[in-house]
Design a protein around this ligand. Structure first.
Ligand code: SAM
Length: 454
């Protein structure tokens, strides 16, 4: 077997793509290694959503120059969003690089590697495809370990948010055929998967660009009907596409977890307009009120950008106000970063002072920490179901899992619990996680546990 060293930067979509890269390469007899020195093939799967992520790519690639000088035979490649954005420029800029493959070109990797091996000629593939078949694995069967799996349902984005590079590096929306998605999830469930995360840049507009395809809410209904599956999650959604049918799905589908990530970006109408988000603060709020009416337990998370061009103190104050009004369970917050090809980078100066941006980020995060801590503390005493999915990052000997509302719970437990759905009593809380204790299954009325409990 040959050795593949694969490093991933960025979001869950990139992690999923890396899993695909590993599968495609295993068909060429490559197995993954953690040791870069012993690798025959070194690949970096990249993200360019913010400048910081892109700079990380260049530093990693810079370090790999020495590797190539020591081992001339090693093949070094870059994939993902930076590869898509820069294409052949990367080869010009980095002479030690052998190949560059874009976000739609993972199935081309074997051919590209053979080309490099045969002629030592460098290879670039960054074409976009409208036909969704590029999202399928060649042998159509995915092998997994563990109880959780990602499933891509669509790629690309047709929205025109002025700050966002995604449509430029992931292309226009393309949805995978629902029959393939359902067959893939059935096969995952046969292999022991209990929870699927449906992935896409804009999952709730699933199906819109494919004639006669199911809507996202209809797809969720079909996935919910798959026997043996326990939990469904999805990310990321756009507020414009939070339809009444999707809200109804949260109220009626047992397996759909009570958590929605719905990026708001700003609480100021004037900033939302400059961002070209297509909704006002009141429209966003009305939608989540409708959702909360139908599904009162739903947890909400969001993304916030601070320091968007021309953002005034009063516009920023509107964002703080929005956080207080909605009371999100979790937020991901970012400092605005102008991205190549985007409208905001072309028409606005990045004119909010760096120190002000940092202060605003800190203020948003401090406020949210208070809200998250309060909301987490309210759960103390509850019994919640968790899917145990790893060892705790906090303490040796502790395990961790997630509630249906996507909260992390750390608990004293055993590795044999991995992959089990277990009832836990919440006994402590911080802003970022909960502390739990296992509950004997028979003490929890109506609770179906498959795991061995203490
Ligand atoms: N589909 C999502 C949406 O509704 O906007 C976009 C997902 S993007 C990969 C993740 C987050 O990165 C965005 O929600 C946004 O908060 C942040 N982001 C995107 N572009 C950015 C930029 N130019 N500067 C700072 N943050 C950015």
């Amino acid at each position: 077997m040959k050795k593949l060293y694969l490093q991933t930067y960025g979001c869950q979509m990139n992690q999923y793509d890396s899993e695909r890269i590993a599968r495609v390469m295993s068909r060429m007899d490559y197995e993954q290694t953690d040791c870069i020195e012993s690798a025959d093939l070194v690949l970096l799967n990249t993200c360019s959503v913010r400048d910081k992520a892109e700079q990380k790519v260049y530093s990693a690639l810079g370090r790999w120059k020495e590797l190539k000088e020591r081992q001339r035979q090693v093949i070094i490649g870059v994939g993902g969003c930076v590869a898509q954005q820069e294409g052949a420029n990367l080869l010009r800029r980095l002479p030690h690089l052998d190949l560059v493959f874009g976000t739609h070109n993972i199935p081309k990797l074997p051919e590209m590697i053979e080309q490099v091996q045969a002629s030592r000629a460098r290879a670039v593939e960054i074409a976009f495809y409208r036909d969704p078949s590029y999202m399928e694995d060649p042998d159509g069967r995915i092998h997994v370990d563990g109880a959780k799996a990602f499933v891509t349902i669509m790629q690309g984005c047709n929205k025109v948010c002025s700050f966002c590079i995604v449509p430029h590096v992931r292309g226009r929306e393309v949805s995978r055929p629902s029959a393939n998605i359902i067959a893939e999830i059935e096969s995952l469930v046969d292999q022991g998967v209990k929870e699927v995360m449906l992935l896409g840049q804009n999952v709730n507009s699933y199906g819109k660009t494919q004639p006669r395809e199911l809507s996202f809410a209809e797809l969720l209904k079909c996935v919910d009907a798959i026997k043996g599956l326990e939990r469904i999650r999805f990310t990321t959604s756009h507020p414009q596409d939070l339809s009444p049918e999707l809200i109804e799905a949260f109220a009626t589908l047992d397996k759909l977890c009570e958590h929605l990530h719905l990026p708001v970006q700003s609480g100021s109408d004037s900033v939302l307009l400059r961002m070209r988000r297509g909704y006002t603060r009141d429209e966003y709020f009305a939608r989540i009120e409708r959702l909360r009416n139908r599904c009162p337990n739903v947890a909400l998370s969001t993304d916030i950008i601070v320091g968007f061009p021309d953002e005034t103190d009063s516009e920023f104050a509107d964002t703080l106000e929005m956080l207080k009004q909605v009371e999100y369970d979790e937020i991901f917050s970012f400092v605005y970063s102008p991205r190549p090809q985007t409208v905001s980078a072309k028409i606005y100066d990045d004119n909010v002072d760096g120190e002000i941006k940092k202060d605003r980020l800190k203020e948003v995060q401090n406020l949210q920490r208070e809200i998250s801590l309060r909301k987490n503390r309210e759960r103390i005493g509850n019994v919640e179901e968790i899917l145990v999915d790893g060892k705790s990052r906090l303490k040796n000997g502790q395990m961790m899992g997630r509630t249906r509302s996507n909260r992390i719970v750390n608990l004293t437990g055993e590795e044999t619990w991995l992959g089990c759905l277990l009832p836990v009593r919440i006994v402590g809380a911080t802003a970022n996680s909960l502390l739990g204790e296992i509950v004997k299954a028979e003490h929890v009325s109506g609770f179906q546990s498959e795991g061995e409990v203490a």
